[in-house]
Design a binder for this molecule. Structure first.
Ligand code: GAL
Length: 335
């Protein structure tokens, strides 16, 4: 009898273990709050994006380190922290992140340089170019008053870097602030950025080596004042999630859909549902990562900015699904 009881106990334990492990495995890919690397250190990668390459996820983001300060004489709450360059972390399961070091280093002592710590380096995104075998990083570079509004580009032979900075540009003479890069299944890549003083977004086709803007660009979400773009493809449709322009304060996300990356885009509405959806659950979009196995499942990645102490900003990664063309970001499920 005792033997039977202990086998039942053993089986029950196994069952509990199995139940606990299975949902937790997928849950762990979602993040609410701090994300730590495998050494228990805070993942310092804000305005991040992910490159999936050779079965490995490469996470790139802004390094925010140091004291937060308010730029005087601005019309808006221009809280700043020294531009720390771009970090890189790798993971094979989106759960255990290994710090790979600084992928793109900031420079010091010359504020006329794009990557000087006294300036702005934001929203880095990396794509791989199969023809040149280079990894290409695009980012928003700016002066502390955001008047420079340029897109910076850097390249590397290895995904984790170090990246070599090439230059910054205003694509076709147009301002470029919050941005992302989208690589389509046909191998073409596009730069998507807030332009025209944040009033209108633009989508610019990149050159075959992904290192320059081409003359081919479109104006989208005209006069809508959107930023924080995150683009993804589902079936034959292109989706673009954006936020409104309220500085570090969260606001409602919306999404738009198009038949081609350059648009025209049709605005649909808020992909978030439930309480908190009016502030994107207190966060701002930065990237949408497609699941490698399930065609309608994605991870929506967002930043929870802490404007008074920017390095304390943390993250929100939520499940995003596309159901018959409708984008849904599932609400938080507790802390
Ligand atoms: C946000 C933008 C961030 C950062 C911030 C500065 O609207 O999305 O990337 O630029 O403004 O206030």
């Amino acid at each position: 009898m005792q033997k039977i009881m202990s086998s039942i106990k053993y089986l029950l334990l196994l069952l509990v273990f199995a139940i606990l492990c299975s949902p937790f495995k997928t849950q762990a890919q979602y993040v609410k709050g701090e994300l730590n690397d495998i050494n228990g250190r805070f993942v310092n990668a804000h305005g991040a994006g992910i490159l999936f390459f050779n079965n490995m996820y490469y996470l790139f983001g802004e390094i925010k380190k140091g004291k937060t300060w308010l730029v005087p004489g601005q019309q808006w709450e221009d809280y700043r922290v020294p531009a720390g360059g771009v970090s890189c972390y790798t993971s094979s399961d989106l759960e255990h992140w290994k710090y790979m070091g600084v992928a793109l280093a900031a420079t010091t002592g010359d504020t006329t340089k794009d990557l000087d710590t006294g300036r702005v380096i934001e929203r880095p995104k990396v794509v791989y170019n199969y023809k040149t075998r280079k990894f290409v990083m695009w980012m928003h570079v700016d002066k502390k008053d955001y008047s420079y509004s340029q897109a910076g580009v850097a390249i590397s032979d290895k995904p984790e870097g170090p990246y070599q900075y090439i230059r910054s540009v205003r694509p076709n003479g147009q301002m470029a602030r919050d941005m992302t890069v989208f690589k389509d299944s046909d191998g073409k890549a596009y730069l998507i950025y807030s332009s025209e003083d944040n009033n209108t977004m633009q989508v610019c086709l990149l050159s075959a080596d992904f290192q320059s803007p081409t003359e081919s660009y479109s104006r989208i979400l005209v006069g809508r004042r959107r930023e924080a773009p995150a683009m993804f493809k589902n079936g034959k449709k292109y989706y673009l999630i954006t936020s409104s322009c309220t500085g570090w304060a969260p606001n409602a996300a919306t999404y738009a859909v198009a038949d081609r990356p350059m648009g025209p885009y049709r605005e649909i509405g808020n992909p978030c549902t439930g309480p908190g959806s009016e502030t994107t659950f207190n966060a701002q979009s930065t990237f949408v990562l497609p699941s490698k196995d399930e065609p309608n499942n994605y991870i929506f990645m967002a930043d929870r900015w802490n404007k008074l102490d920017l390095p304390k900003s943390d993250y929100l990664w939520l499940p995003l699904t596309v159901d018959k063309g409708k984008v849904v970001i599932k609400p938080e499920t507790g802390d």
